[in-house]
Ligand binder design. Structure first.
Ligand code: AMP
Length: 282
């Protein structure tokens, strides 16, 4: 596996692959890799001749009081996992390589509307940072197919809209959320949880699964249902940031007529913010 730190080296490798007619897959990450990330790699390996994974903790998508400085960095272990998974190249740019003119001067990509609700409302500027870095990485890697987790359901929608609006010449594939046996969605941020919080954490998935069951049983008063489950989630020991039933196709508000639904939740356990979602049809 090649470890590349500069855009020039990455482009040189990409040119070789283009000459050889290779289909190139791309998996962007912030590192601290777990089995969820590896599912994306496996999906990429299954569809592509060569797979590039980037590891870059993107300062542009973190708010002022967020966990940028403490974000877990486990580069050696990450590289070993990627090598074992058959990744051709890992791209490890510095902040200066990605933002040579500095963060303040950086041109942004902003996907309107969808970037301002749910996680975007709680984390102003987050999706602008995500769209900008993903756009830049797409321009560097020039992948044929890029892979994103459904764990970050709203992020996946933001990326899909960006690619469509900016006529990007690639396919975006969403990969199902990888969970622990308890149901807890795998996340690098799970490492922040204390032992006691880790015991509690799977309740979040259990409660949104209960909510889904209630919808499937015919409950379509989503306002009342959401209010009831915010109470349950808080009672279980979380502090709910948001809980919403949305139209899974565009994240508009769902009503009784909506067939394709997604339940999205963000909740704090102590200081750790966990997100999860479930999508389904009625
Ligand atoms: P991150 O390193 O958190 O930025 O995540 C990199 C990619 O991995 C994103 O596309 C995430 O949606 C995806 N991902 C993170 N956790 C999971 C999971 N539990 N299952 C599937 N994909 C995931």
């Amino acid at each position: 596996m090649k470890s590349l730190t500069t855009v020039n080296d990455l482009r040189a490798l990409r040119r070789e692959w283009s000459k050889q007619g290779k289909v190139v897959g791309f998996v962007p990450t912030m590192g601290n890799l777990h089995d969820g990330h590896l599912q994306l790699v496996h999906a990429a390996k299954a569809k592509c001749d060569e797979v590039v994974v980037s590891i870059f903790v993107n300062p542009l998508q973190f708010g002022k009081n967020e966990d940028l400085d403490n974000y877990p960095r486990t580069l050696d272990a990450d590289k070993a996992k990627l090598e074992a998974a058959g990744v051709a190249a890992v791209f490890l740019p510095s902040v200066a390589e990605m933002y040579p003119r500095g963060l303040e001067q950086q041109t942004f990509v902003q996907v309107p509307g969808i970037s301002d609700i749910l996680c975007g409302a709680s984390r102003p500027g987050h999706f602008r940072g995500v769209a900008t870095i993903v756009c830049k990485l797409f321009n560097m890697v020039a992948p044929d197919i890029a892979f994103f987790g459904e764990k970050d359901f709203q992020q996946l929608q933001v990326i899909r809209l960006m690619a469509k609006d900016l006529s990007m010449n690639l396919e975006i594939i969403g990969v199902p959320t990888e969970r622990e046996a308890s149901g807890l969605a795998m996340s690098s941020r799970n490492g922040y949880l204390t032992d006691a919080e880790r015991e509690l954490a799977p309740q979040l998935y259990k409660l949104i699964s209960e909510m889904k069951a209630s919808v499937l049983a015919g409950n379509n008063d989503y306002a009342a249902l959401t209010e009831a489950f915010v109470g349950k989630i808080n009672h279980a020991g979380f502090k709910t940031d948001y809980l919403a039933v949305k139209n899974a196709t565009d994240l508009s508000d769902a009503d009784a007529e909506t067939e394709s639904l997604v339940i999205l939740v963000a909740a704090y356990l102590g200081t750790t913010r966990l997100i999860d979602n479930l999508y389904f049809s009625v």
